[in-house]
Ligand binder design. Structure first.
Ligand code: FAD
Length: 453
């Protein structure tokens, strides 16, 4: 085996911290570069590594929930971040929440004391030389100069600085006795799920949207609010006028439920059609995830659930991801990355964390684990690994790095959190949801077996 080369990790957030630790644990020297405190991000408040910028929760501890399964996989893979989170956990009713100060200080100490980890407190201004094995994990608030260099490297279209995404719901939670499949003017296949509203339902829905509680828009995001006249939050459309949504994303024209009868006459059709229609578009090839078209929003998550469940057919919808409109640097990973998290056009450059379009703290740690593991393998002249797609870490990496999975049904790439909709179907389908999720968990942990020795 060749003498391992050293590796550079840029960004000591959740992903970079995990990556640097895994590299050092593999016996490879690593330089970890963090810009704080020399340069501040608009959301971080401390100089510590792995700072949690908002909530202090990693999500459910229960391994038959998606975030719980991902945590359990990481625990078995000897993640230093999850181990430290367990050590500094606080009671949170079944979730893994931490004392954020103690958690970040402990990780900063642990890494600082490791003789294989050299820490440099400097802003990285551009991508390092192509020969150097590098993990880039600079997160949603990557500093401007580096983000520009990354954009030059990926191409302008492939690096995004703002995320305006609609909520995603689980397909099986949509009530198809009220909703129906069809496309506008019956063009092509019946690709959309349509939720029809009568006038009374529409007005009540609009009223709820207009009065729902908004999330706080951070100072550093305010400038972006003006950029997207063509991509306004749904609550803003609702505010602009009683019918604005009916002339926009809720337009009912040309959408017909076969259950309304076989009507030829245009006037009768017009009189019988819905007053407004919410459309959902398929998000994955298997049709298990559906996004609400045109529903990017700034509403608080609890409010999104309450208001969107007023839509006929979505009364019991399970939300996989809520709508967002916020500053977020992320790359078009399905086009750029391999499932090893290496860039296709520069295999020595590996990306991890929110930058690759995963969402959530545990998902960032998972990316850091894989990126660090693979950087160390490359440094030793060995082949990098991919994780089984039956595991949550593998399913998530496969989703973000697989252009076939995404582009067949959807043009743009939007960040994705851990969820069971990403896992392949079981050999024998199980109808009961709890039992099914339990079976996903058992399969994932079994298939992870050979990686967690
Ligand atoms: C305002 C805000 C609130 C959020 N709230 C939540 C939440 O409640 N729950 C949740 O799960 N997720 C939340 N997220 C998403 C969250 O950022 C990620 O889940 C997670 O922190 C991503 O980890 P990361 O390691 O990719 O990035 P980060 O944790 O952001 O780490 C990136 C690191 O890179 C450093 N860095 C950036 N540029 C450079 C450079 N050029 N040179 C050197 N260092 C650099 C940064 O200082 C930072 O330390 C939030 C994001 C934002 C912006």
């Amino acid at each position: 085996m060749k003498e391992p080369s050293s590796v550079r990790v840029i960004g000591a957030g959740l992903a970079g911290t995990e990556a640097a630790w895994q590299i050092a644990q593999s016996g490879v020297d690593v330089t970890l570069i963090e810009m704080r405190p020399q340069k501040r991000s608009p959301a971080h408040h401390t100089n510590e590594f792995a700072e949690l910028v908002c909530s202090n929760s990693f999500g459910s501890l229960n391994a038959d929930r998606a975030s719980g399964l991902l945590q359990e996989e990481l625990r078995r893979l000897k993640s230093v971040v999850i181990k430290t989170a367990n050590l500094y956990s606080v009671p949170a009713g079944g979730a893994l929440a931490v004392d954020r100060g103690k958690f970040s200080s402990a990780l900063t100490n642990t890494l600082s004391l490791n003789p294989r980890i050299k820490i440099v407190r400097n802003e990285q201004l551009q991508l390092p030389h192509e020969e150097e094995i590098t993990v880039i994990a600079t997160g949603p608030l990557t500093s401007e100069l580096l983000a520009n260099d990354l954009k030059n490297f990926t191409g302008i279209e492939e690096c995004h600085f703002f995320d305006a995404a609609s909520p995603i719901v689980e397909g099986e939670s949509i009530d198809l006795s009220k909703a129906f499949r069809a496309s506008r003017y019956d063009k092509g296949d019946a690709d959309y799920i349509n939720c029809p509203m009568n006038k009374e339902q529409y007005l009540a829905f609009r009223n709820a949207l207009v009065n729902a509680e908004q999330s706080e828009v951070k100072d550093f995001e305010k400038g972006n609010a003006n950029f997207f006249e063509g991509c306004l939050p749904i609550e803003e459309l609702a505010r602009r006028g009683e019918d604005t949504m009916r002339y926009g994303p809720l337009k009912p024209i040309g959408i017909w439920d076969p259950r309304w009868g076989d009507v030829e006459d245009k006037d009768v059709r017009r009189a019988k059609r819905a007053y407004a229609i919410v459309q959902l578009r398929q998000e994955d090839n298997a049709g298990r995830l559906w996004n609400l078209v045109g529903f990017q929003t700034n509403l608080k998550w609890g409010e999104q659930r309450r208001v969107l469940q007023m839509i006929p057919g979505l009364e019991k919808a399970d939300f996989i991801r809520f709508g967002v409109m916020h500053r977020n640097t992320f790359i078009n990973s399905p086009k750029l990355l391999k499932p090893t998290l290496q860039f296709r056009k520069r295999p020595n450059l590996i990306a991890a964390g929110q930058l690759v379009g995963t969402e959530g703290y545990a998902a960032a740690v998972a990316g850091g684990w894989l990126a660090g593991t693979n950087a160390a393998l490359l440094a030793k002249g060995l082949d990098p690994i991919t994780m089984p797609i039956t595991t949550m870490i593998g399913a998530l990496t496969n989703f973000i790095s697989n252009d076939k999975t995404i582009t067949k049904v959807k043009k743009g790439f939007q960040p994705m959190p851990a969820n069971f909709g990403l896992l392949p179907e079981l050999n024998k389908p199980i109808r009961d949801k709890r039992s099914r999720y339990g079976a996903y968990r058992d399969r994932a942990l079994k298939d992870l077996g050979r990686y967690n020795q």
